[in-house]
Design a protein around this ligand. Structure first.
Ligand code: GTP
Ligand code: MG
Length: 241
């Protein structure tokens, strides 16, 4: 079956900045849930807490783990673009992305892979029946929900969880969305890639997930990232296509 072959050529891209307390356990848990031949690519932006060294140790121990070290912290968007390019260059058939802090449970990885048999882009979604958020304060929940509703409305799309970062792309999607012209750095990046995929006519499926607060370490989310998303979302409509 061609799809099985594609799942074997799955690459999981894990962006990290100061995830020393989470990375090893997360990478091991993810490897256990992925097909045997899948690859895990850690993209570390020179974390000062030693995450890069942990990634190197993992790569030395597991031949399915690779590391891409970047010199400077540039935000999630550029880290993902670099990771996606590497995965495509190495022949990935499916490319997955997730946070490296246990907010995204590796147990959902098989469901995303399965959904990508029917869809070009499968999204782990907090805002479809069966999905949800644990641990967050009422304020953070409201901000997230309102952000998603705002983006949906402004962009006129039906996808419910536009800001989430737990996804599985078929290779063709990443080849088509012109990674080089993406300027978003924070959450806006997640909105931008999904919106481009929709505009190009790719099939998008939402898979319910329960999102939890990060297990350890500190958040990189701040007002600058939320502000970027707020002004960039309307601009996406005027984007390349
Ligand atoms: N390579 C790289 N990874 C990043 C950067 N910023 C965030 N990340 C990673 O992207 C993922 C999501 O970032 P988080 O810090 O969890 O941001 P968040 O999910 O908005 O915030 P919390 O919910 O509080 O955890 C995590 O794996 C981070 O380590 C960055 O500038 N470069
Ligand atoms: Mg997080």
């Amino acid at each position: 079956m061609p799809q099985r072959a594609e799942q074997g050529r799955a690459w999981l891209v894990l962006p990290t900045f100061n995830e020393a307390a989470n990375l090893e356990a997360l990478a091991v848990a993810a490897l256990a849930k992925l097909p045997e031949a899948a690859t895990v690519l850690i993209v570390d932006d020179a974390s000062p807490d030693g995450t890069g060294e942990i990634a190197e140790r993992l790569a030395a121990r597991h031949d399915r783990v690779r590391v891409l070290h970047r010199e400077r912290r540039e935000g999630l968007g550029p880290a993902y673009v670099a990771g996606f390019r590497r995965a495509l260059a190495e022949g990935a058939g499916l490319v997955l992305e997730m946070d490296a802090d246990f907010s995204h449970d590796p147990a959902y990885l098989p469901r995303l892979l399965e959904a990508s048999e029917r869809a070009d882009l499968a999204i782990g979604s907090r805002y479809v029946p069966g999905g949800g958020v644990r641990d967050w304060s009422p304020l953070r929940r409201t901000v997230s929900r309102a952000g998603c509703a705002y983006a949906r409305r402004v962009l006129g799309v039906g996808v419910r969880d536009l800001t989430g970062g737990f996804k599985c792309f078929r290779r063709e999607v990443l080849e088509a969305i012109e990674l080089g012209s993406i300027r978003s750095r924070g959450y806006a990046f997640q909105v931008e890639v999904t919106y481009r995929a929709i505009r190009l006519g790719f099939r998008v499926a939402e898979v319910p997930i329960v999102f939890r607060d990060r297990r350890a370490g500190s958040s990189k989310m701040g007002p600058a990232i939320a502000f970027e998303a707020a002004w960039r979302v309307p601009a996406l409509r005027l984007g390349p296509r």
